[in-house]
Design a protein around this ligand. Sequence first.
Ligand SMILES: [Zn+2]
Length: 239
Amino acid sequence: MTTELLFRDDAYLKTATARVLAVSEHGIELDRTVFYPQGGGQAGDTGTLLRGNGERIVVADTRKGDGADRVRHHIATGSPLPEPGEALALELDWERRYRLMRLHTALHLLSCVIEAPVTGGNIVPDKARLDFDIELGLLNAARIESETNALIAAGAATESVWISDAELDAQPELVKTMSVQPPRGAGRVRLLRIPGIDLQPCGGTHVANIAEIGPIRVLKVRSEGKHNKRVEIALTDSG
Ligand SMILES: [Zn+2]
């Protein structure tokens, strides 16, 4: 029992219809979904599932289930529960997801502006961070901000590229983020390519053109440990 991951082919899909596969205390599983489950440092999606009778089921979070391509929609306390087999209309909290997409794509640029191994990362709607294995003194917030914003201002279309597990194993240098395993499944791995800038395995959701990110600002540069020097960023139009 797997869920078709509609966001993987079209990150801009805001609505869809789906059928309920299972309902449990762990959440609702659907045959297809536009909701991204928390992973790769990116927060899980929120939104609503609309029943045929007009009732709204509130999705408070989305997580991966047991096994590949299984997704659990976590329902807010007090929300009605659907029946297995029931058809639902899915509605993503698009404003929140789009901020996550812009911040997530900005982190790809940050990982190129700062040339050091990435040791961690996190993306929530109002800010995002990457940790690097680098000397703190080599991180200059003003330079990082201006170089990242120059890339964003120039713009570039992003694209998904699929390669086989064997091809990835033959090119270990593609894996920059040591704390996140590449999104493998069915013998193939998805890469995100930003032509001339970045190419790395990633299963997250990205904007179609990096110009959509808009200017970012560096909120903080600080040490979180010997191998974790943290750079935190925000979008300039989201508070
Ligand atoms: Zn990504």
